[in-house]
Design a protein around this ligand. Structure first.
Ligand SMILES: Nc1ncnc2c1ncn2[C@@H]1O[C@H](COP(=O)(O)OP(=O)(O)O)[C@@H](O)[C@H]1O
Ligand SMILES: [Mg+2]
Length: 478
């Protein structure tokens, strides 16, 4: 481990070679900090849990080899080669199925593929500074005056922190023109919040030089001083998120190629998390999908993400209510990646209709709306073992004459999209389509193609889109 000392304090940087090997190893990245980062790393150590995956299941069967629309094949299905971020040897191992053994997620023996794209390489650093002076910030809490970023502008208020748009100062030129700073709220009696620890662990694991294009890039973790209550996560900046786009009156229409492009990118990122790193995101929703003015979509907010292993139990208050799958509402603790695919279905449906697909302000209300839309649950052989409530509730529903109306409802918005929505919104998790199979679905391979990567810049003015959404929200609050 190389520990460099700079004027601003001790800086921990991994040499590029080491980082390539270590970044995907959760344990290594969370237990090897030195210098000023020690306080932060120590608290990571305290909360870190062993989440190793099981045996990697290798396989490279391709579901389909050539697109029906050669002008715009889904990324990753290109006959020219693997997607950016994928292994140069071929597709990553299979194993996202809840029944089958998952791929080795964050195994120390399983480093990422060697870098084939030097330009995409970058360092994630944990930095500290000796600064401590505070200056106030309009509309926010005070921030230290001598941060290495300037012109902070608050752009988001999340559950666990504030997000600022900022300009890197001279010490951070390599981070480009603009970054997003996520300032984590640290409470004295809590120490570093567990969700932030997770977010950092998982993001570091996913940030190897061949970072997948549909996952947000983390440049740095910054703690102004070891005693500081603040920690900043420094991300690449993207102008919008999908919630803003869906809600903004400045976006008159989301046409089919655009919806396809968003869904394809969401599924590419999800597939990569699931199969290559055995990570469940557990909070996929439009506001956690960032969108750049060039039309790129990136998954962010890994605060609830974690690695999974077949047969293990997990906590259930995860996933924002209107994107939460029925098994979680019915107390299933042995869940797996299909939870994210339910959320993908809700996001897809929301893109089609520009409104929340399954409303509900309480668990009960939401669950009732699920039954109304999805009808009686399909048999789920594992239910008795992993989700006792499932059987009771679904037996009760059997004679209520419920009818599934997913296809007919969404066909009104897009006839060709409805069958795929139907495959995501399956009540039994084992019947739900995987991200890999969804990418191979006819929806992406027939009809109008998705916007190609080189031609998907947003057709709307991003500032207007954001301002129109904000105006609308303000007038609704009045
Ligand atoms: N890298 C980024 N670039 C631009 N905006 C961002 C970025 N990261 C987050 N945001 C904005 O801030 C909001 C909250 O960030 P998020 O990471 O989701 O925090 P939380 O865990 O508090 O929800 C997002 O919904 C998005 O609008
Ligand atoms: Mg969020």
């Amino acid at each position: 481990m190389e520990v460099a000392t700079a004027n601003m304090g001790d800086v921990w940087r991994l040499p590029e070679q080491q980082q390539q090997q270590q970044a995907p190893c959760l344990e290594t990245t969370t237990t090897t900090g030195e210098g000023k980062a020690r306080g932060l790393v120590a608290s990571v150590k305290k909360t870190a849990t062993q989440e190793e995956g099981e045996e990697e299941e290798r396989g490279s069967k391709r579901l389909r080899t050539s697109p029906t629309s050669p002008s715009s094949p889904p990324r990753g299905r290109s006959p020219e080669g693997p997607p950016r971020g994928a292994s140069p040897e071929g597709p990553p191992p299979r194993g996202a199925s809840p029944e089958g053994p998952p791929p080795r997620g964050a195994s120390p023996e399983g480093p990422p593929p060697p870098s084939v794209d030097k330009a995409a390489g970058h360092k994630v650093v944990v930095t500290g500074s000796t600064g401590g002076k505070s200056s106030s910030l309009e509309g926010g809490r005070s921030v230290p005056a001598d941060l290495p970023w300037v012109n902070l502008l608050k752009i988001g208020q999340g559950t666990y922190g504030e997000v600022y748009k900022a300009r890197p100062g001279p010490e951070r030129r390599e981070q480009g023109a603009i970054v997003a700073l996520k300032r984590l709220l640290i409470r004295d009696d809590w120490g570093f919040p567990v969700t932030s620890v997770r977010e950092r662990k998982i993001l570091l694991a996913l940030q190897h030089p061949n970072l997948h294009p549909n996952l947000v890039r983390l440049y740095e973790m910054y703690q102004p001083s070891p005693e500081s209550e603040d920690v900043y996560m420094v991300f690449e900046f993207l102008e919008l998120d999908l919630e803003i786009i869906i809600q903004s009156p400045a976006v008159r229409k989301l046409d089919v190629p655009r919806v396809k492009s968003f869904m394809q990118q969401l599924l590419e990122g999800t597939d990569y998390m699931h199969r290559r790193y055995a990570v469940m995101h557990r909070d996929l929703k439009p506001s956690n999908l960032l969108v750049s003015r060039t039309g790129d979509l990136k998954i962010c907010d890994f605060g609830l993400a974690r690695t999974y292993q077949s047969g293990r139990s997990y906590t259930i208050p995860v996933i924002t209510l209107n994107y939460r799958p029925p098994e979680l509402l019915l107390d299933c603790r042995k869940y797996g990646p299909p939870v994210d695919l339910w959320s993908c279905g809700c996001i897809f449906a929301e893109l089609l209709e520009r409104k929340i697909a399954i409303p509900g302000r309480t668990d009960v209300e939401y669950l009732e709306n699920i039954w109304k839309l999805c009808g009686p649950p399909e048999p789920w052989p594992e239910a008795k073992r992993v989700c006792p409530k499932w059987q009771t509730v679904t037996d009760d529903l059997a004679d209520k004459g419920l009818e599934r109306s997913v296809r007919s409802r969404f066909a009104a918005a897009d006839e060709l999209a409805a069958p795929l929505v139907d495959k995501f919104l399956r009540l039994a998790p084992s019947s739900r389509i995987s991200a890999e199979r969804a990418l191979d679905d006819d929806y992406f391979w027939s009809g109008v193609p998705a916007l190609p990567a080189e031609d998907r810049a947003l057709e709307w003015d991003v500032e207007m889109v954001r301002a129109a959404r904000d105006d609308q929200q303000r007038s609704r609050r009045r």
